[in-house]
Design a protein around this ligand. Sequence first.
Ligand code: GCO
Ligand code: MG
Length: 405
Amino acid sequence: MQESKIIDAKVIVTCPGRNFVTLKIATSDGIYGVGDGTLNGRELAVSAYLQEHVIPCLLGRDPDRIEDTWQYLYRGAYWRRGPVTMAAIAAVDMALWDIKAKRANMPLYQLLGGRCREHVTVYSHTNGHDIPELLDSVAKHIELGYKAIRVQCAIPGVPDAYGVPHGDKPYEPADSGIPREEVWSTPKYLNFAPKMIEAVRTKFGPDLPLLHDAHHRLTPIEAAALGKSLEDFRLFWLEDATPAEDQQAFRLIRQHTTTPLAVGEVFNSIFDCQQLISERLIDYIRASLTHAGGITHMRRIASFADLYSVRTGCHGPTDVSPICMGAALHFDLSVPNFGIQEHMPHSAQTDEVFPHAYTFNNGYMHPGERSGHGVDIDEKLAARFPHKRMYLPIARLEDGTLHNW
Ligand code: GCO
Ligand code: MG
């Protein structure tokens, strides 16, 4: 293959409803690739990291040396890991894989070893302000074809519970202004959660895969109690039962319950889940391509997880861009120990800014056959939506103590 060099790289920050950070890399043979570096609520930190510290080192490099560039940006920086660094590396990595697949004139999944399955099973988000509204939302998503469903519900006395629409707005955890404050009560949640899951299980029968996200709010023993109380309802997974940085906490949860556990959307490195995987403390690893160092690093995490029968369940919220979604679908199609992929559809405006080849059909997604990862950015349209400062909410207990959101 003809030799090529990186001749240009630029960061595009756009806000078609929410903020996205995109890196676009161009090569001397007239090809470009795009990567996602979005970090919800801290987007400009990644943008500056790329702009000021990464792009100057990329110019002149061979775009084909993806692993070497990954090592160069990871080891070469001396200061390793962390969400900002790893999102920036991910953006470079995704763009380089996009370029390599375009140069090979292949959809990315072919370069990753070809497909291991026909299409990618995704799960959707359902929610309600009360149980009847949640049941309607589940029915609606089953009608849309979804084969697996995440269920969240407002709790009596805790109207702003995680995963529930705020007012009449759709569920989108990012607001302008300073962070919105929500009130949280673990006792009320622990009392209500089994009733909610039981209602869904009773109405929709034993075969529907059900997922639930506790969003880091429980202590290990509370998480163990919740897992135990949900065993009869056979969850597909209980997600983020306790804050994810304490790997040993999962040992305690595991000792008490057979409810399958998923964790890792905030992870940015294989070291964040080394113990969780090697001690078989979890069942699904939730890291995303954008937050865990791109395709190169996620493949390493997945291979390691495969040794211990841990499967992938990539984070796929609307706060990573369609570029991450597209690249994830190539990864999902090609990785042997794939479990499931999260799917939160982007707004029509976001989809317009990021034209893509991937499709949703009857509960399954496919990355498409376009060469590269199949997602692009319409720069002119992106420029019409300048960055807006936005934050995730924060949570406080009823007495005012700051808690995990
Ligand atoms: C999920 C997540 C998201 C996060 C969001 C934070 O399971 O999809 O928990 O909803 O809250 O990605 O930016
Ligand atoms: Mg989650």
